[in-house]
Write a protein that binds this ligand. Structure first.
Ligand code: GLN
Ligand code: ZN
Length: 780
């Protein structure tokens, strides 16, 4: 379509906005400020000033990109769900005295289980869970049976409104449209835990809180409130669907206009409900839809004519520049449909990000890009300009040529399908392996990493800066491996590891050796609280030019007669913890390419005499699509990628895998299908119910239980304390009810890299002692 006939009927300018922005700051200022504050090295005022600067910059960036609607309220010091729950007066009973703290300090007490001012006693931190299918974690509000949502304190939310207004005023833009982001009431309850039979029973008390908050935001001159209802992307049962109507009927009298946002997937069966809520606008995410045009038009058809529709076309989870050409026609058509024949005063089409930009690194201009990536990548700050451009495209202000020039996609060569499986049946393999390895009953092992000491981190830093040579660095790593192997021998563990001293991160380490990944130097993304990760970026076909772990693993093996377990990260986890295209077909190819690389590594380790190889898959469940219809495909692909990675192992080589901090109840059959010889799994933290999933109870629902070997984590590695022998025995005894002792292993919950050597030594000493006791019991 040429530009002239695009603009003819339309004089409107389509407003642009975002759903949210990273809070960490372009140089992780928020993280550093908070960590200094918690350590008592910086007072509250200085800390807040540092964070306010990040906040103000976030508003200023939106202004600089010329966005029409300025978004605030999405900023959180730890997590947005936590901020909101704290503002609503949620305070689990065990946090005695928490109300003495202001809401700024109280949220940290809840999240960390520790009052950094030292006045209040430690208590178990709020549970943390993955935010839908992202690697971001939110804090789960715990609602009491009689939760009153009293003691409201909206000051942190209001401060963001005032601060945003001040930045606008400083730019002489007092009249700009201001939008506040809140988690909507239905998703808020869905994500919480409650002592009541049904969480929706809290709705009656919660709605007046929202109404009050919205009212007060209206009084402060806020034009719009974006109520995030991401659960609209899930397959909801009728009770939850109906809750939407009830909730929004209860809110409709409020003065700011309301827009409900659904992201991470399409509305699916909830489309009709979402379109007809008594609100002023609806936001949908087109970036996760296979057929964005059909999806947008379907919503346009159903949306009552006075309502605003916000189309999310800039992917808040992709580091690639937006393929605007893909959306051009759709945006123009949507504009015509929504605004063309209107008798309504306001613009009915908005253009925005699919989801919040929270899940992206902040600024690509801080990177030294290789020339082939020049112009291809866009982080959060760059996405702001893309949003503005998309709005112009929708308004018909940009020619197709200009749009085409913008797009630079990643091209992949489809893989000639290699998805092999291992030889042999588990029972036979396992018998051969255990015999060859000569292991005792209930063998003891660890999950892979040992303490990452400050010396190692300092050495790596110096090496990266070129201050120490390659050989000096390698020497230091070797010394660390020696110490690690010797210590494990002293502890009397049965299967040893090299300790992962050379790894910063279990995904980044492999990505740096693999062809097809690019590593940023500053591309940090918030994972939870002040913890940030730097996901590698897939830039092309993935392959393995050289062995990645063989040297360190064989060095460790040369130091001991006990078996050293080689340590690899699995293909599913590497892909899930990287930035890669979001479409299923591309991801399926990439996962198998990574699987092939790991397969080659398994082969090399085996050739070099390593008898046990662990392929970690902590993120195995994380990429599970939100919609049930797509889940089977995912499981199939994930399992076959893992199996391909392991398939170069011969029958005598024992393959382990490890998973943690995920819910396993719905994935047991898939874990079984992975057919790892041994799975070590976190159990101490998620409670023993987790073991129920592994039951070998043939009576029940024809459920077969888990047939391979398993090492249930016997203690929580997050605690610095030495675990209690009895508590560990409880785990083993519980597991042995379901799984024959011959197939049980003893290990901690997860890697030990965040602990120090003293803690690790005490903990593992207890674990080995406990094992001796339990072994005696089972041998007699
Ligand atoms: N092998 C890794 C380690 O021990 C596993 C980490 C994880 O499960 N996240 O650190
Ligand atoms: Zn783990």
């Amino acid at each position: 379509m040429s530009q002239s006939n695009i603009t003819s009927s339309l004089s409107s300018h389509v407003p642009s906005h975002i759903l949210g922005y990273p809070r960490i700051g372009d140089k992780r200022q928020t993280k550093f400020a908070l960590e200094r504050y918690w350590k008592g090295k910086q007072d509250k005022e200085t800390t807040r000033q540092a964070i306010d600067q990040v906040f103000n910059a976030n508003i200023q960036h939106q202004i600089n990109a010329d966005l029409d609607i300025i978004t605030t309220g999405d900023f959180a010091h730890y997590d947005l769900v936590l901020t909101q729950a704290t503002a609503f007066g949620v305070c689990p009973e065990r946090f005695k005295g928490a109300k003495q703290l202001d809401t700024f300090d109280r949220q940290f007490y809840f999240a960390r289980g520790r009052d950094h001012t030292g006045k209040l006693e430690d208590a178990a931190a709020w549970q943390m869970t993955k935010w839908f299918d992202t690697n971001y974690h939110y804090l789960v509000p715990e609602l009491a049976a009689d939760e009153a949502f009293s003691d409201l304190d909206f000051s942190e939310i209001f401060k963001q409104v005032e601060d945003a207004k001040a930045v606008l005023a400083a730019n002489n833009l007092q009249d700009k449209t201001l939008k506040v982001v809140l988690v909507g009431p239905v998703s808020f309850l869905y994500l919480a835990t409650s002592k009541l039979e049904h969480k929706l029973q809290h709705l009656g008390k919660l709605l007046p809180v929202y109404a009050k908050l919205l009212n007060e935001l209206g009084e402060k001159g806020v034009d719009w409130v974006q109520l995030d209802e991401p659960i609209l992307a899930l397959d909801l049962d009728p009770t939850w669907q109906q809750a939407f109507e009830r909730a929004y009927n209860g809110l409709q009298q409020t003065p700011p206009q309301l827009i409900v946002a659904c992201y991470f997937d399409s509305l699916g069966n909830n489309c009709n409900i979402a379109c007809n809520l008594p609100i002023n606008g609806l936001h949908i995410d087109l970036t996760r839809s296979d057929n964005p045009k059909q999806y947008a038009l379907q919503v346009i058809d159903q949306l009552p004519i006075h309502k605003v529709l916000s189309l999310g076309v800039v992917d808040g989870r992709s580091v690639w520049t937006t393929d605007i050409a893909k959306y051009q026609q759709l945006l123009i058509e949507a504009n015509e449909r929504l605004n063309g024949t209107k008798s309504i005063e306001h613009e009915r089409l908005w253009v925005g990000t699919g989801a919040s930009l929270l899940h992206l690194p902040v600024d690509i201009s801080l990177e030294q890009l290789p020339s082939e990536l020049e112009g291809k990548l866009a982080f959060a700050k760059q996405k702001l300009f893309e949003v503005a451009l998309c709005a112009e495209v929708a308004s018909g202000e940009v020619s197709s040529e200009q749009v085409a020039a913008q797009t630079k996609a990643i091209n992949l060569t489809p893989l000639a399908g290699k998805a092999e499986v291992r030889q042999g049946q588990f029972d036979e393999r396992y018998a051969k392996q255990q015999q060859a390895l000569n292991l005792p009953l209930l063998p003891t092992t660890t999950i892979g990493s040992f303490p990452q000491t400050s010396e190692i981190r300092r050495a790596r830093h110096q090496w990266n800066k070129g201050e120490i040579s390659d050989s000096e660095y390698q020497q230091l790593i070797k010394q660390e491996i020696e110490r690690c192997v010797q210590n494990q021998q002293k502890l009397g563990l049965d299967v040893l590891v090299h300790g992962e001293a050379e790894r910063t991160d279990m995904v980044e380490y492999f990505a740096q050796y693999l062809e097809g990944f690019w590593l940023s130097s500053n591309g940090w993304v918030q994972s939870y609280g002040t913890r940030c990760v730097r996901p590698p970026i897939v830039v092309g076909d993935i392959s393995r030019p050289n062995a990645m772990t063989v040297e360190w693993t064989t060095y460790a093996q040369s130091l001991t007669d006990k078996p050293i377990k080689g340590m690899l990260t699995g293909p599913v986890t590497i892909l899930n913890w990287s930035f890669a295209p979001s479409d299923t077909a591309t991801r399926d190819i990439l996962r198998l390419q990574i699987a092939e690389a790991i397969n080659q590594e398994v082969n090399d380790l085996q050739q070099a005499g390593i008898k046990i190889i662990q392929i970690d898959e902590p993120a195995f469940r994380e990429g599970l699509p939100l919609k049930k219809v797509e889940q089977d495909h995912y499981w199939k692909q994930a399992v076959s990628a893992f199996k391909h990675a392991a398939s170069s192992a011969n029958e005598q080589t024992q393959i382990h895998t490890h998973m943690c901090y995920s819910s396993f109840h719905d994935c047991l059959p898939h874990i079984q299908n992975m057919d790892a010889d041994v799975i070590t799994i976190e159990t101490a933290r998620s409670g023993l119910q987790l073991l129920d999933a592994f039951k070998t109870d043939k009576e029940q629902d024809g459920h077969q239980g888990y047939r391979n070997a398993i090492g249930p984590g016997v203690y929580d590695i997050h605690s610095p304390r030495a675990p209690d022998s009895e508590a560990m025995q409880v785990v083993i005894e519980a597991a042995s009810k379901y799984i024959p002792v011959e197939r049980l292993w003893i290990n901690p919950d997860c890697g030990l890299k965040t602990r120090n050597w003293q803690e690790v030594t005490e903990q593992l000493t207890n674990m080995v002692e406990m094992t001796k006791v339990v072994r005696q019991k089972h041998l007699v």
